[in-house]
Write a protein that binds this ligand. Sequence first.
Ligand SMILES: Nc1nc2c(ncn2[C@@H]2O[C@H](COP(=O)(O)OP(=O)(O)OP(=O)(O)O)[C@@H](O)[C@H]2O)c(=O)[nH]1
Ligand SMILES: [Mg+2]
Length: 232
Amino acid sequence: MRALVLIPTYNERDNIEALINRILNLNPEIRILVIDDNSSDSTGEIVDRLVKTNPRLSVLHRYNRRGRGSAGVTAFKYAIRQNVDCVIEMDADFSHDPKYIPELLKNIGDYDVVIGSRMVNDGRVVGANILRRYLSTLARVFCHFILGINIRDATSGFRCFKKRVLENIDLDNLRSTGPSIIEEVNLRIQEKGFKIKEIPIIFRARSKGRSKLNLAKVLDTAYTLLKIKYTL
Ligand SMILES: Nc1nc2c(ncn2[C@@H]2O[C@H](COP(=O)(O)OP(=O)(O)OP(=O)(O)O)[C@@H](O)[C@H]2O)c(=O)[nH]1
Ligand SMILES: [Mg+2]
């Protein structure tokens, strides 16, 4: 199964090299695209250096835009032009352990989308503080009862898509520029009736580097999703 792993980065100097090496060592059919938004901590330069010796690694540097969502859309558009069967997206901070990638790939043969889920079977979160736990619960309630997403872990950004899913969700009309891209894509794949499977993962709270999440982003995510839901 030829897979492209998409990793959006902003200031991930302490994580990116180790993460890339771990992923490339998993399987020779895996390629990686890093989408860096002009990180101020030299993440982009680190990846440029690694690209020189790794033909399976590519990088897109964006200089004028910044945002997890628009980086994701740019990456999806790149992915559908590649000769791959499926596309994985994951965070750069090791919260999404690369050891689950083979499991995602094993399941994507039978499903359209496979989600690394904290909410099924033995899946869980390790190391998050109480505030983050409350926030996650609130986000889950919001996704289920207000947005109507029937995915147990609708906020998980560790996902594998068959390439044809990305070709069918109208990437030009995704409206999220920030983190709400995760839930917006879930709304689209649910609406299109794609077959979704959740596999359990243990999600570890970031241990290196700084979080980009703040209250403004949380509120903006909720507001954007409400707009998307009610003005489609
Ligand atoms: N290209 C790009 N990537 C971003 C941007 N903001 C965040 N990211 C990346 O998106 C992923 C998720 O961001 P995180 O900061 O881990 O956000 P989070 O997982 O919600 O919060 P923490 O785990 O607490 O840090 C990471 O790989 C980030 O480096 C951005 O503006 N542009
Ligand atoms: Mg994170």
